[in-house]
Design a protein around this ligand. Structure first.
Ligand SMILES: [Cu+2]
Length: 119
């Protein structure tokens, strides 16, 4: 039993100290969203009310960005070839639209991620 506690403590400490392991140690669900010219895939994500999730954005084409004010993400999350993470905890039910926040060309205005928050 003592060995198990020690192992658990070592793993928890590793998660805190070594950034490379932090994603693997995160307990919240991860939703991956890919951006390209000019769409998010998936176009719609569904989150549970009051459940913390980590949104992982990556671009396969072009540079993009996103804000999700309805989820409290007011600063632009830049989306490039390296994954960009943002943690959110939805606090209100509904269907919300998040728009690309970095001008990316002709289809920029139509680049929308729909976020559904359900019970
Ligand atoms: Cu854009």
């Amino acid at each position: 039993m003592q060995k198990m506690r020690t192992l658990t403590s070592v793993l928890a400490l590793t998660c805190l100290i070594v950034p490379a392991f932090s994603a693997a140690c995160a307990s919240e669900p991860v939703i991956k969203v890919t951006a390209k010219n000019w769409a998010f895939t998936p176009a719609t994500i569904t989150l549970k009310l009051h459940q913390k999730v980590r949104l992982e954005f990556v671009s396969t084409e072009g540079l993009h960005g996103i804000t999700i004010p309805d989820l409290g993400v007011n600063d632009v999350v830049n989306i490039g070839t390296a994954p960009s993470d943002v943690e959110v905890t939805p606090t209100k039910l509904g269907t919300f639209e998040a728009h690309c926040a970095v001008f990316c060309g002709a289809g920029h205005a139509n680049m929308i991620l729909t976020v559904k928050v359900v019970k």
